[in-house]
Ligand binder design. Structure first.
Ligand code: FES
Ligand SMILES: [Fe+2]
Length: 368
C-alpha cells in the first residue's frame, strides 16, 4: 500500500537553488506517488500547451483525430472554414465519448442516444429530447479547447489562459533553422507503453548524452560525444551533437545515411521532444497513465520520398534504441519504488537539462 505523503514537504525536498554540483534530485515520491500525478495534472499539464497531433491529419473539412490526454478526451476537427477546432470529446447529455480514432465526418453523432453536433461543436439534433430552441438555451454545445499549430504540429491547451506558442518557441525555431520542417512527410506512428513514471523517461532524455555510451553501444561510435552541446531555453532545451566522421564498420545499419552530419534533440516542457538527424525527424510525446506507467508516442517523418526498405531499416534501428531506453527506465522505476532510494545527485558535466526540467516542475508545483 502506498504511504501517505506530505505533498508540500516533498515538493520542498528538492532545493532548486543549489548548484548542480551539490543539488539532490527530486525525491522518489515525485516519481511514485499518485498525489504527485494529481498535482501534475492541474499544475503542469493544464498549464501548458500539449502537442497531440499533426497538421497533416487535418487536410479537408471534416477530417478529425481524437485521443485522451491525462484522462481528458478530446477531438480535433477541421471546420467548414478550414480552421482547426478542438473540443472535449464528451456528449452534453450523459457524458459519452462521441468520436473515436481518426476519420472524416460531416457531424459527430453520439452513439448512445444520437445527439448530434456539427463541426463547429454546435448541438444540432437531440432526438425526442424536446425543442432544439429550449435545448440551445441550456448551452449544450461541445465544450471547446484552445488549439494552436506550430510547424507541422497541433497543440491543445486544457487550461484557461495560454501564452502564444509561437512567441514561446520562437528562440527554439531559430536554432532549428538548419533543419526546416517544410519538406518533412509523416511516415509512421509507433507507440510504446513504458513501465515508469513519465518523468523517468524525460529525465533519461535530458541527461545530456550521459547514458549513451553505456545504454546504446550501437549509437556511441556514431556520435561525436565529446562535442555534445546543450542549450537551455525558457521552457525548452536543446541537445546537439555532430555525428562521427567515419562510423564504425560493424554498424548494423548504414548509420551515416540515417543520421547525417548532425543530430538535434529538442525538448519542450513538459512532455514533447523533437529529434532531427539526417533526413529524419521524430517526435516523442510522453503521456502519464499512472504514477509508474506512461505511454510514449513516436511520430516519424522523413524529408521527401525514400525507399521502403530504407525506411524500415531505419525504423528498426530506432526501435532498438527505444528498447534500450525503455529497459533502463523500467530499472530506474524499480529502484525508485523500492522505498530505499530517496534522492540522487546530478552528473554536473551532463545533466544540466535535467536539473532545468526539475526546476520548471517545482516552480509549477509551487504556483498551484
Ligand atoms: S449520452 Fe450522448 S446522446 Fe445520450
Ligand atoms: Fe537513450
Amino acid at each position: 500500500m502506498q504511504q501517505a505523503i506530505n505533498l508540500a514537504d516533498e515538493i520542498q525536498r528538492f532545493q532548486a537553488n543549489a548548484s548542480i554540483e551539490t543539488a539532490l534530485t527530486p525525491p522518489s515520491s515525485w516519481y511514485t506517488s499518485g498525489a504527485f500525478l494529481d498535482l501534475e495534472k492541474h499544475a503542469v499539464f493544464q498549464n501548458h500547451w500539449l502537442f497531440v497531433g499533426r497538421q497533416d491529419q487535418l487536410r479537408d473539412p471534416g477530417d478529425y483525430f481524437s485521443g485522451t490526454c491525462l484522462g481528458w478526451p478530446y477531438v480535433v476537427v477541421l471546420d467548414d472554414d478550414r480552421a482547426a477546432r478542438a473540443y472535449y470529446n464528451i456528449c452534453s447529455h450523459h457524458g459519452t465519448c462521441i468520436a473515436t480514432g481518426v476519420g472524416n465526418t460531416e457531424r459527430f453523432m453520439c452513439p448512445y442516444h444520437g445527439w448530434t453536433y456539427d463541426r463547429g461543436g454546435r448541438l444540432i439534433k437531440a432526438p425526442l429530447a424536446g425543442a432544439m430552441q429550449s435545448l440551445r438555451e441550456r448551452h449544450l454545445d461541445l465544450k471547446p479547447i484552445q488549439v494552436s499549430q506550430w510547424g507541422p504540429f497541433m497543440a491543445l491547451h486544457f487550461g484557461s489562459s495560454a501564452a502564444s506558442l509561437e512567441t514561446q518557441l520562437a528562440p527554439l525555431l531559430e536554432t532549428f533553422a538548419t533543419h526546416p520542417f517544410d519538406k518533412m512527410q509523416f511516415v509512421r506512428r509507433v507507440e510504446y507503453r513504458v513501465d515508469c513514471n513519465w518523468k523517468v523517461f524525460i529525465d533519461n532524455y535530458l541527461d545530456g548524452g550521459y547514458h549513451v555510451t553505456q545504454v546504446h553501444p550501437g549509437l556511441t561510435n556514431q556520435l561525436e560525444m565529446s562535442s555534445y552541446r546543450t542549450t537551455l531555453g525558457d521552457r525548452w532545451s536543446l541537445q546537439s551533437c555532430p555525428t562521427a566522421a567515419s562510423p564504425a564498420s560493424d554498424a548494423t545499419v548504414d548509420f551515416g545515411q540515417r543520421v547525417g552530419e548532425h543530430a538535434d534533440y529538442a525538448w519542450i516542457y513538459p512532455n514533447f521532444m523533437i529529434n532531427r538527424y539526417g533526413p529524419w525527424m521524430d517526435t516523442n510525446t510522453v503521456l502519464p497513465l499512472t504514477a509508474d506507467q506512461c505511454l510514449v508516442i513516436f511520430d516519424y517523418y522523413h524529408a521527401g520520398l525514400a525507399e521502403t526498405e530504407f525506411l524500415d531499416q531505419s525504423l528498426r534501428a530506432s526501435d532498438q534504441v527505444q528498447q534500450e531506453d525503455m529497459q533502463i527506465c523500467r530499472r530506474v522505476q524499480a529502484g525508485l519504488n523500492s522505498g530505499i532510494y530517496q534522492q540522487g545527485v546530478y552528473a554536473p558535466g551532463f545533466e544540466a537539462p535535467m536539473l532545468h526540467f526539475h526546476k520548471l516542475l517545482q516552480a509549477d508545483f509551487l504556483m498551484a
